[in-house]
Design a protein around this ligand. Sequence first.
Ligand SMILES: [Ca+2]
Ligand SMILES: [Ca+2]
Length: 515
Amino acid sequence: MFRSLSATLVGCRRLFKPRVRRLIPPLAMLLLATIITQCIPTQAAGAESGKRPNILFILTDDQAQETLSAYGNTVCQTPNLDRLAAEGMILHDAHHMGAWTGAVCTASRTMIMTGRTVWRIPGARGPGIKQAKSFRREAAQQSMPAVFNRAGYDTFRTCKKGNSFKEANNLFAVSKVATKRDGTAAGGSQWHGDQVVEYLKQRQAAHDQDPFLIYFGFSHPHDPRNATPELAAKYGAHNEGPSEKPDPKAPALQVNYLPKHPFHHGHPNLRDEVAVQGVLTKRDEATVRNELGREYACIENVDRQIGRVLKQLESMGELENTYIFFTADHGIAVGRHGLMGKQNLYEHTWRVPLIVRGPGIKAGSEASGYTYLLDVLPTLCDLAGIEIPDVVEGRSFRAVLEGKASRIRDVLYGVYSGGTKPGMRSIKTNGWKLIKYDVLDGQVRETQLFNLHENPNEFLVEHHAEGLKKLLGIRPTKSQIDLAETATYAGKRRELEALLRKEMARLGDPYQLAD
Ligand SMILES: [Ca+2]
Ligand SMILES: [Ca+2]
């Protein structure tokens, strides 16, 4: 014990310059040094010894899991994201929590920045929700850039403009923000890539040794999905709109495509469902396949930019000490279930891609996760050895990343309440999922129940129509259907409805569903 105490004392003395050492008696020095070392954040387990890990947080705008080969896509080519997945972990049940506005991005991105739940973030609105004037400013002080700035990280952000939490965005030390959705180098995703590569090169030139947090946001594949001419040609896509017949090179329709959603989604004149450039209200095969081609072309361009940044990190010797998160602010339909937008709670839209590579994460690993995007901030804090702010409601999923757990919670809740109220709600637990719709002043009150193990694409009875089965090349089994009205599953439906009511109350959802 004496030996270790004296070793600590010698270590402590080294913390101070010799002139200062002489002025402080040994025991006081020990006390002082203990206080100081307690204040220095601890190292993440996997990080290179003596160096705090860097963070590269990559966020695309409107992207479903289904678009990536990591999640089974065989058409869209993303070699750099494939590499991240092969060298890191794929999370299958990663979700955004939802939105109280048609601009789903705004709610989602505010949750990413704050780690708070959907009805408790700045801007949340609904009956009885009151936020003090100072709330936005105070919340920003506990947001991602504020927390990492205080911990001594250099913070940088590039992203599209708007639709997020402005007061938090403003706190990044360096910011390069513009919306870039053209099919050109300067007007598209390459611009965002350039900003990050340039920032890293400047750090390299300045021999900057501080750890960094880079928030690498893209404006694509959000519409308008203007692809570069080269990539548009590759995916049989036409930026000016679809030809009458499908381009043979365009991607095939998704397996859960429908020409029309079976009932109204509850948000009349919703931009995403009526005004997407090149689509409008059309849902025919040529239109949807053209839009998919444009989407894939935009995603491959995003992937190239990620590749440039990985190469730069590698050349600086920083790649192995960097946690890289790849995700999107939410998924999107692009023709699945007859929908085009992000204002629904089917799996393609409620889930987000989430791939993480970094120290201590096993290459080629996969997990369910049961995460929300609002868990990212506490996870980043956990990995960087930074104290998680008390106001954060999300949970760290570090244990999942390190292979010690497959999930961090048992139940997931989702909401879309940006159109008529109360809107849609979803609940998921143990492979079962319920979606409830209560919209258009009670004109639409629907319930859907899915066994996701058996019916992962959420096929509806409409997918069983002969003509559609032929068009899509699918053969759904009898049980691959919405089970809400099936007598055998009445108990399961009641169980999930009760669970949903419980989560709505717990999360401060200001609405109640009619039944
Ligand atoms: Ca978005
Ligand atoms: Ca610095």
